[in-house]
Design a protein. Structure first.
Ligand code: MG
Length: 173
């Protein structure tokens, strides 16, 4: 009745690129490098959703060799993954995201990212969590070379009912 999926992504920080996190434009002199808009949060969430339904990964669906995805808005990737997960009979229950960034400080934008993710997934805000960690000044995140994101999502069978679960349990015993 339930499944869990996890997603992880990393993108390099580069001067002069826009920084988009969870579909929210963040004011910062550097942005993330990548073929699409490089939204590391949406990529991790998309992979978590696909993972929960065992439907492959974001690279299978949207190869970065495809010119159609050049500069793509990653909300399109998430919407397509959500549609596929839905067609496979699953809907998201809750989402927990951890963003790894030395800079910028994400405290001021966490609420906006959370609200935006909730809207994109059709979830109430209290079913979406956005946490931020620095890299403690070590490693690629700590040195300010990259941002990372880890996402975990729970999905539930869309035809799930308490009565159905009880009946299934009785059949098994
Ligand atoms: Mg990516």
């Amino acid at each position: 009745m339930f499944r869990v999926g996890s997603g992880h992504d990393t993108h390099r920080l580069e001067a002069g690129r826009p920084l988009v996190l969870g579909g929210v434009r963040v004011d910062h002199p550097k942005g993330l490098a990548g073929h699409s808009d490089a939204d590391v949060v949406l990529h991790a969430v998309t992979d978590a959703l696909l993972g929960a339904a065992a439907l492959g990964d974001i690279g299978d669906l949207f190869p970065d060799t495809d010119p159609a995805h050049q500069g793509a808005d990653s909300r399109v990737f998430l919407a397509e993954a959500l549609a596929r997960v839905g067609r496979a009979g699953w809907r998201p229950v809750n989402l927990d995201v951890t963003v790894f960034a030395q800079e910028p400080k994400l405290g001021p934008v966490k609420a906006a990212i959370r609200a935006n993710l909730a809207g994109l997934l059709g979830l109430p805000t209290d079913a979406v969590s956005v946490k931020a960690k620095t890299g403690e000044k070590v490693g690629h995140v700590g040195r300010g070379e990259a941002l990372g994101c880890h996402a975990v999502v729970l999905v539930q069978k869309t035809d799930f009912t308490a009565e159905g679960a009880e009946a299934a349990e009785k059949r098994q015993s």
